[in-house]
Design a protein around this ligand. Structure first.
Ligand SMILES: Nc1ncnc2c1ncn2[C@@H]1O[C@H](COP(=O)(O)OP(=O)(O)OP(=O)(O)O)[C@@H](O)[C@H]1O
Ligand SMILES: O=c1ccn([C@@H]2O[C@H](COP(=O)(O)O)[C@@H](O)[C@H]2O)c(=O)[nH]1
Length: 236
């Protein structure tokens, strides 16, 4: 039996590159989709938010002189591309997925309408929330927290490039150690940057726990969904 009935899964955009320099690596996206499929087969309702770091980050555009809000809209459009690729790969793997966008691009993808999203989830379809929150100056982590709260997910699962929350960024500090669990207050006060502060604060206020685990570790998503010891739990 899965530990959760409904989850919000945040997939790293950057991880989609696999070993490529940018964009979407075919083998990587297929592997991610198969892992999602495994948990849907357990009877778990799955909503997904995917990042855009493999294509574009507004902060990077801003730093080279672009207007930050314009750069952020480009970042949100990058998440639409990843969402479409993800849903199409799901279709090829025999799953039913629906993409809903926070930005109106009606010819391409249906708009985010909360009751419709809830209906899809109840029908067992995977819902992919594209274009983040629809607002600049945010991230897809915050979109995951927001949509997770809106759909009544029991947990936000952040599948990322590291296998949990560390005392410092493990990619920069080799002496950093991993927490098996940590409270929101501690994560925020220690300024741990594995998620942005807005996402942490929203989840804390909504009492929505977060699990951070590695997107590269085979079977990790299933273990998390089954309530096994994997990654780091961020709790109230
Ligand atoms: N205290 C910390 N513990 C763990 N990771 C940390 C910490 N501080 C910073 N990080 C970094 O945060 C990264 C994860 O966040 P990031 O937003 O870069 O990735 P993502 O959300 O998975 O990608 P994308 O934004 O493309 O979807 C890790 O790869 C890690 O290097
Ligand atoms: O609500 C949102 C979500 C995202 N953005 C912009 O998109 C990029 C890519 O998202 P990541 O979470 O970094 O993968 C982000 O850097 C922002 O520029 C946004 O503006 N609002």
């Amino acid at each position: 039996m899965p530990a959760y009935k409904r989850i919000l899964l945040k997939l790293s955009g950057e991880a989609l590159m696999g070993d490529d320099a940018y964009g979407i690596n075919r083998a990587t996206i297929v592997r991610m989709v198969r892992e999602v499929q495994e948990v849907t087969k357990l009877g778990c309702e799955v909503a997904v938010v995917i990042g855009g770091g493999n294509i574009f980050r507004g902060v990077a555009g801003g730093s080279v002189g672009m207007d930050r809000a314009t750069a952020d809209y480009m970042g949100m459009l990058a998440t639409v591309m990843n969402s479409l690729a993800l849903a199409d790969t799901m279709r090829q793997e025999g799953m039913t997925a629906r993409v809903m966008s926070a930005i109106a691009i009606d010819q391409v993808v249906e708009p985010y309408v909360r009751p419709k999203a809830l209906q899809y989830l109840e029908e067992g379809k995977v819902v992919v929330f594209a274009a983040g929150t629809g607002n600049p100056f945010f991230t897809t982590d915050t979109a995951a927290a927001l949509r997770g709260a809106e759909i009544g997910a029991e947990v936000v699962l952040k599948a990322t490039k590291v296998d949990g929350v560390y005392t410092a960024d493990p990619k920069k500090d080799p002496t950093a150690t991993r927490y098996s669990k940590i409270s929101f207050d501690e994560a925020i006060s220690r300024n741990l940057q594995v998620l942005d502060a807005t996402a942490f604060a929203l989840c804390r206020d909504q009492k929505l726990p977060i699990k951070v685990f590695s997107i590269f570790k085979e079977g990790a998503l299933k273990r998390v969904v089954m309530g096994e010891d994997e990654g780091t739990l961020v709790h109230v």
